[in-house]
Write a protein of this length. Sequence first.
Length: 354
Amino acid sequence: MRTTTIAEPLRTFIERIPKAELHLHLEGGAMYPTTALNLAKRNGMTLPFFDEASAEDYYRFSGLDEFIEILRATVATLNTAADYQTVTEVIGEAAAKQNIWYHELFFTFGLVSPRGVSWQAIIEGITAGRRTNRERFGVETRFIADIDRTTDADTGLKMVELVAACSNETGIVGIGLDCQEAGYPPGRHKAGFMRAKELGLHRVAHAGEDGGPTSVWEALKELDVERVDHGVQAIEDPELVKYLAKQQIPLTVCPISNIELKVFPQMSAHPLPALIEAGCLVTINSDDPPMFDTDMTHDLFAITETFGFDVAQIERFARNSFQATFMSNEEKTLYLSRFDAEVSALKQELFGVA
């Protein structure tokens, strides 16, 4: 894991502040080398790496398209309900270690359905995994079912209907859109998103990571999304930034991912401070932590080191993460009340002020 030079007690504050994470992929987010190798062994497969060192070499990539190809190779280890339960629990355990109380995890049926993995196997696995996360790790896990944007519109629409048929116990709260942006504009899946809206499902989409501000505008106008995943290229369009700020549409920003995938050349070039200055509602997330040698805490370390964020801004990021969830209003009120009490006590302990 990445190192940090942040001094105490700010480092401890970042580590211990309660968090919610809203941009973390089930498939890539659990593919630590040991997990991937164990899943491969369970399924009688071989991977292009055999230990931590060779995995580090294999996980190197030059951009989004190459990253997705590497991801698809490791995701081939996901085949059964037991596999999906395993990865859900791996993420739950990692969340507990970071004091992440609540998370909404993406899963993408289109990544695995072409080779015959059933929808029912995924649902059975994630339902069992979220139960373990709650009971063993104290983490509330919910899910966003992502449409692979490279699939056709009918495939996306069918997935929405599958989501609608799931019970509340499954924990799916909405649908999303992911995979390659270039060449696959959001509007291709308008029918699926409009059906999701009819069914009362929440809607999010990856946009403005590799598709520019046009991708963000289209996600907002064509898909009527309630959150934008990434959204950082919105900075190229001042009118779009003003709109996002005025409407308080949350951006689930993944800073280290953005640097590793060459969206920006280095962290100092990231538009995060400008988005904050403009009044956008920004949350900090890790995307696919094993692939980027990070987690939510280390993303917070990285931006704090680069931009000199203080305790108040870290608290704002963390509070935003709860505010931007798809919890019911009643749940959100309870979580935020608990959050405020915990943070007040933490600041009193570490800094002598509440």
